[in-house]
Every structure is written in structure tokens, then in C-alpha cells.
Design a protein around this ligand. Structure first.
Ligand code: UFG
Length: 344
């Protein structure tokens, strides 16, 4: 049984990936400092898979504690590194928090991998590295644009750090997965997206408005150069995204990668506007949303969606869920979470 360390494994994408890895027969060790997640995710994973993965509450920036953890969990074959701060607006206000956390943790991982004979790394990157692409859909070859936030810059710099480290190393092999906008929840509704405080992202804000936690959804701008004036994104079901990680880790472990550092877009290939998403939610759930158009949100990209041809061909992976299925899963999760009284 191959052993995978999942950093940030109690978080949104992390917890869904852990269930897919366990289902695929991997032994999983989760490392998370619970800064933006709760241990309730572990119970959800256990209920879904019947397996309780080892869990370590640890800050990866603490290199001594991290090294100690790797000694206790020897024989790790691959690391999937999700753990990072990810709120764009907060990163503008507190840039050093983002640079310190997101870069220190990655550097610690890369320094400790050779010492513990770990050769394979999957890195959570983001479509944010493309900024506002000149040509859409955006391919992996599209030029990287200057980041619009410190958060986005940590993803660009992280990719560069990995690229340089891999080039200088004879052993480390890595894949960076550039996520478009992950939304939705596991079909069981036992795990899902659980932002702490007021959600920054669109879909949790929608479901919290629909269930009555938030009074009104703000749509940030309807004067963009798009058909209905609102921003366009590529919303991908988190379970589809999670499955791509299982494929990517298998690709590295089976030595099927074509270069020591590879990059793939993970999206659906379809652009959906904010207003289209709002109306799709209303139509599929039958719940009317109280929303109003407000000013643009600083730092937002106008429109971006993925060219997925390379990931589809090379990984043999394709996003399967429709937007309606994905929105319904997010809504089911929000209702279940409320009915179950919430996690501790
Ligand atoms: N939006 C609203 N109202 C809201 C929230 C969002 O209209 O209350 C709009 C935004 O303006 C944007 C779209 O919905 O046009 C999507 O916004 P999100 O905040 O959900 O996601 P982003 O596209 O801004 O993506 C950012 C980063 C990603 C990161 C993601 C999740 O660019 O790298 O947040 O943290 F993965």
C-alpha cells in the first residue's frame, strides 16, 4: 500500500482528496494546523470511507516538528501539499502572513523530502497565476501575468521554487495542478466547504444566504466586458478535482510523468458568469436568492476559464459533473451541516 501525506487534509479540497485516495487504496496521513478547518472533517472522512487516516495537528512552518512527524510516519511515498492561506483580500491586507506561511511551508517540504527519501510532490496551484489572460480559454502555455494579489504571487513563486528545486535535484518529481474555481461537496454531504467567518468565495456565500445565515448576496460588478456584465469563472466540482489528484499521484508513482515538473489545468472548460451561477442555483434548488449588484471587488479578474485538452489527454481525466449537480451538492451540504448542528 502506497502512503501519501496530505497537508491541509482537513480543508475543503484536501478532505475530498483524502476520501478519493482512501477509496483508491492509498494509506493516508493528514497534516493540518486546523487554521481554516475543523476535525469534523475527519469524522466525515471516516464515515464515507470506513477508514480513519492518521492525523497530525501540525504547523508545517515549524520545521523541527515537521521533521519529527516525518520520522514517526516513515515510508511516505508522495506528498500532496494543499496547506496554505487562500483568501485573496486578506493577503492584500496582510501580505507577510501569506509569504511567511505559504512559502516557508513549501520550502520546509522541499528541504525535508530528500532527507526522508520522499520523491513525489503534488502542489496546489491556481488559475490565479494567469491573471487576466489575453486569449481564452487559457492553456498551460499561456503566459504567466503579474499576480494581482500577494496570495496569487505566493502561487507563482511557489511554482518557481518547485521548478528550480526539481531542476537542481536528481530525485524530486513534481506536478502542479492549477485549479480553476472548486465548488460543491461530497455526494454524502458529510464533508464540504466550511469557511470560517464571512465567506470570501461565491458559492458558500450563496448557500449561506439561501439558508438565512447571510441577509444578502453582493454581486461584485455588472459592468465588466462580458455578455451579462458580471465576471466569468470556470466552476469545477470539488470531487472531480479530488479525483485528478489521485490520477496525478499515480502518474508520479508509476513514473509516467513526461518531465520532472509538470503543470496541468484543472477546470471544466466552461465559463459561467456570476449572474448565470446565481440563476442556476435558484433554478436547481427552487430557492430565491436575495442579491444586489454592488461595486466591483478590487483585484478580480474579469474572465477566465480553462482549456482542459492537455489534462484530459495526458491524465486521462475529465470533469464529469454538471453545474446543476455541483450546485445541488453544495446546497445539500449546507442544509446537512445546519441540520446536524454543525461540527465542534
Ligand atoms: N463574487 C461575488 N460575490 C461574492 C463573492 C464572489 O460576486 O460574495 C464573485 C467574484 O467577484 C468573482 C466570482 O464571484 O467574480 C468568484 O469569486 P470567488 O471569490 O469565489 O473566487 P475567485 O475567482 O476570486 O478565486 C479566488 C482565487 C483562487 C482561489 C479561490 C478560492 O483567485 O486562486 O479564490 O480561494 F482558489
Amino acid at each position: 500500500m502506497k502512503k501519501v501525506l496530505v497537508t491541509g487534509g482537513t480543508g475543503f479540497i484536501g478532505s475530498h482528496t483524502v476520501t478519493e485516495l482512501v477509496d483508491a487504496g492509498y494509506e493516508v496521513v493528514i497534516a493540518d494546523n486546523l487554521s481554516n478547518s475543523r476535525t469534523g472533517a475527519l469524522d466525515g472522512i471516516q464515515k464515507i470511507t470506513g477508514v480513519q487516516p492518521a492525523f497530525e495537528k501540525i504547523d508545517l512552518c515549524d520545521k523541527v516538528a515537521f521533521a519529527d512527524m516525518l520520522r514517526r510516519h516513515c515510508g511516505i511515498d508522495a506528498i500532496i501539499h494543499f496547506a496554505a492561506h487562500k483568501a485573496v483580500g486578506e493577503s492584500v491586507r496582510q501580505p507577510l502572513k501569506y509569504y511567511r506561511n505559504n512559502l516557508d511551508s513549501l520550502i520546509n517540504i522541499l528541504e525535508l523530502m530528500p532527507e526522508h527519501a520522499i520523491e513525489h510532490l503534488i502542489f496546489s496551484s491556481s488559475c490565479t497565476v494567469y491573471g487576466q489572460p489575453e486569449k481564452l480559454p487559457v492553456t498551460e502555455q499561456s503566459p504567466i501575468q503579474p499576480a494581482t494579489s500577494p496570495y496569487g504571487n505566493t502561487k507563482q513563486v511557489s511554482e518557481a521554487i518547485i521548478r528550480d528545486t526539481v531542476a537542481a535535484s536528481t530525485n524530486i518529481q513534481s506536478i502542479a495542478l492549477r485549479y480553476f474555481n472548486p465548488i460543491g461537496a461530497h455526494a454524502s454531504a458529510l464533508i464540504g466547504e466550511l469557511p470560517t467567518g464571512v465567506p470570501n468565495n461565491l458559492v458558500p456565500f450563496i448557500t449561506q444566504t439561501a439558508i438565512g445565515i447571510r441577509e444578502q448576496l453582493s454581486v461584485f460588478g455588472n459592468d465588466y466586458n462580458t455578455p451579462d456584465g458580471s465576471c466569468i469563472r470556470d466552476y469545477i466540482h470539488v470531487v472531480d478535482l479530488a479525483k485528478a489528484h489521485v490520477v496525478a499521484v499515480g502518474r508520479l508513482l508509476d513514473r509516467k510523468n513526461k518531465a520532472a515538473f509538470e503543470v496541468f489545468n484543472l477546470g471544466t472548460g466552461h465559463g459561467v458568469s456570476v449572474l448565470e451561477l446565481v440563476h442556476a442555483f435558484e433554478k436547481t434548488t427552487g430557492v430565491k436568492l436575495n442579491y444586489k449588484i454592488v461595486a466591483r471587488r478590487p483585484g478580480d479578474t474579469e474572465q477566465v476559464w480553462a482549456d482542459t485538452a492537455y489534462a484530459n489527454k495526458e491524465l486521462g481525466w475529465k470533469a464529469q459533473s454538471t453545474l446543476e449537480e455541483t450546485l445541488l451538492s453544495a446546497w445539500k451540504w449546507e442544509k446537512y451541516y445546519k441540520e446536524s448542528g454543525g461540527w465542534e
